[in-house]
Design a protein around this ligand. Sequence first.
Ligand code: TYM
Length: 347
Amino acid sequence: MSGIAFKPTHDKIAVMADIPVVLSGIQPSGGLHLGNYLGALRPWVLGQEKYRNYFCIVDLHAITVYQDPKLLREQTRQLAALYIAAGLELKHSTIFVQSHVRAHVELSWMLTCITPMGWLGRMTQFKDKSGNTEAESVQTGLYIYPVLMAADILAYQADFVPVGEDQRQHLELTRDIATRFNRVYGETFKLPRPLIGHIGAGAKIMGLDDPTKKMSKSDTNPGHAIRLLDPPEQIKRKIMRAQTDSGSAVDVQNAGPGVTNLIEIYRAVTGATKETAWDSFNGITYGALKTKVADAVVASLEPLQNRYAELMMSPTELDALLKEGAGKASEVAEKTAALVRNRMGIG
Ligand code: TYM
């Protein structure tokens, strides 16, 4: 074991029935960006002490579009390191890989059997991702993807699901699926509630190159997203080039999407209130605003980057931690799967 503090282990998690359960996940499908951090990972960290948390690395969701197998394995481990580097603590949070807990897939199938196609066809993310592709050639995984997400959540009887705004519709679907199951087979699932924007800012971070579009992993324009592992100089360069409004100074009354996005980013990384942030930026030049935002983002990400580099030097410990997490998660998810099998008359 290197000098890295992996303790305390998952063993110390207080399994107390009265603590609300949180579940969420991120796909290991390439460099995480500031939107993933501010919409999900940071709220998870800030809220972890209040809940019994399950945070998974959703590799089964990632393979709904082709992933290079070797890269996927690497990115899975990297994401585990990022979870911890961001501040998740094993005494509050169980961290695991979705595919290591077989009950997710089993539950997903059982839930697919009660989910109407019409509900899935209405999902805007499916429509966006399948785009102009003919239905003939769209992978079925992309279509039933939200049912697997429902299985992830319902397996833990989660009370809350902290996510970014773009996942709201998937959570509504999860509640619909749970409600239908309860009606058909009898009370089985708790109805989970979304936690979106509950840290005050960051639920929808927009692209730096085009602040009318959500910051997204798949956008390849180098000026689009800040990646969590971008070196400080690169982060500063990207922010200094971010699109702002016409004019040259911040006008709070008439701020457009570019300025609003930068101030939203500032608020999310610093925790500043809306009033304080907007008041302090009113009238300053766009250049000065960008410098302040860049400094705040770098200050927030630097400790994470340093810790990440440290953790990645101990791949064996990371793997052990994920194995332990899968064991803990399986105990809970397997119980739910057994209950569902029983309700449905199988197994
Ligand atoms: P994924 O991997 O696309 O995104 C991970 C998290 O990041 C949030 N997010 C954003 N938040 C603010 N601004 C943005 N621009 C931005 N882009 C992404 C997402 O809302 C998400 O919270 N289907 C999910 C993963 C998933 C999951 C689950 C989530 C699978 N099972 C169960 C919760 C519960 C997804 O693809 O997220």
